[in-house]
Design a protein around this ligand. Structure first.
Ligand code: ATP
Length: 302
């Protein structure tokens, strides 16, 4: 499979702060790549560097095989569309005029393109409405239409569902899936809402404190997110000490509830607890979700 984006030890420092620390990531053609990280993890910084809005401190990256810093990179970036932080929309212009303005900027002025895109993102009924009178969800769909004007085949969306209501979130998600399936657009989408990304991503990159923690396909993740044991005990804190000694992977929840991850049998858990005089009052098997997988990955044991 072709690699569209490849970063090589990409670093960005703001003074002493390492916002990106030797990031190596890979995006294959046709993927919806979910970039997952908590607030401040470095997602926007990474996206801004790829989009050419910021310089890396060190390291490099390739876009469509073009090296960072070369003329070929300028050409490769023309294949890229995106929304980074707040969408670049003119508030006093209508939806159609925003698209026309972008078409002129891209050197492809055409009313036909604007109408087709408005229709594609489901805004043809409000084409003459001013952006400032639109709902947040409409604005976000318009921003995606604007990003599509140059006919990109790689779309970068930085937290596109931020602040949207449930209906707006579903509309954006369906639009992204439609763009990926119908127009074969590769998508890089960042978010800290893991449950939302899990409904559309085909590949994941986890980032924490500027470091790339893992890259994994949705299928591999599904396999890894297999069972966890949920224990109800009389003393979770005492149990954590024994679990640490036994090298078990666990997370303490409220009310003396403990999640245990990995390949371990219920019998073994009973034995470990019994050896420390701790009582397991109930034990269940549950599927680990993306959220607990991520917390587990970045060391969310508390
Ligand atoms: P969020 O989800 O909150 O947008 P993020 O994962 O996108 O977070 P970044 O915005 O890339 O994270 O920020 C990474 C780190 O770099 C944070 O600690 C942030 O405070 C810091 N940072 C970002 N931009 C600057 C800047 N211009 N000057 C100094 N520090 C910055």
């Amino acid at each position: 499979m072709d690699i569209i984006l490849e970063t090589n030890n990409l670093c960005k420092k703001y003074g002493e702060l390492k916002a990106l620390d030797n990031i190596n990531m890979h995006i294959n053609r046709g993927e919806i790549y979910g970039l997952i990280g908590q607030n401040g993890a470095g997602k926007t910084t990474l996206i801004r560097i790829i989009a050419g809005m910021q310089y890396p401190t060190s390291g490099s990256f390739k876009l469509y095989g073009a090296d960072y810093g070369t003329k070929a990179m300028d050409k490769a970036r023309r294949r890229l569309g995106g929304i980074v932080e707040t969408p670049a929309l003119q508030q006093s212009l209508s939806a159609r005029d925003n698209l026309k303005a972008q078409s002129i900027l891209c050197g492809c002025p055409s009313s036909k393109i604007s109408d087709e895109l408005l229709d594609y993102v489901g805004l043809s009924g409000v084409s003459n409405r001013c952006v400032r009178d639109m709902s947040l969800g409409m604005r976000q769909r318009l921003a995606i239409a604007v990003a599509l004007v140059g006919n990109p085949d790689f779309l970068i969306l930085d937290e596109p569902t931020n602040g949207l209501d449930p209906r707006g979130i579903i509309e954006i998600r369906e639009l992204i899936i439609k763009l990926n399936r119908e127009k074969r657009i590769t998508v890089l989408i960042s978010s800290h809402i893991l449950s939302e990304l899990s409904k559309l991503a085909t590949f994941y990159g986890f980032i924490d404190n500027g470091r790339a923690v893992q890259e994994i396909s949705a299928a591999e993740l599904h396999d890894k997110c297999k069972k966890k044991h949920v224990l109800f005990v009389n003393d979770a804190i005492a149990l954590s000490a024994v679990f640490d000694t036994a090298g078990l992977n666990y997370k303490i929840r409220e009310n003396n509830t403990v999640d245990v991850f990995g390949d371990v049998t219920a019998d073994a858990l009973f034995d470990v607890a019994r050896s420390a005089g701790i009582k397991i009052t109930d034990l269940r098997c549950e599927e680990e979700d993306l959220e607990s997988y991520y917390m587990n990955l970045i060391g969310g044991r508390k």
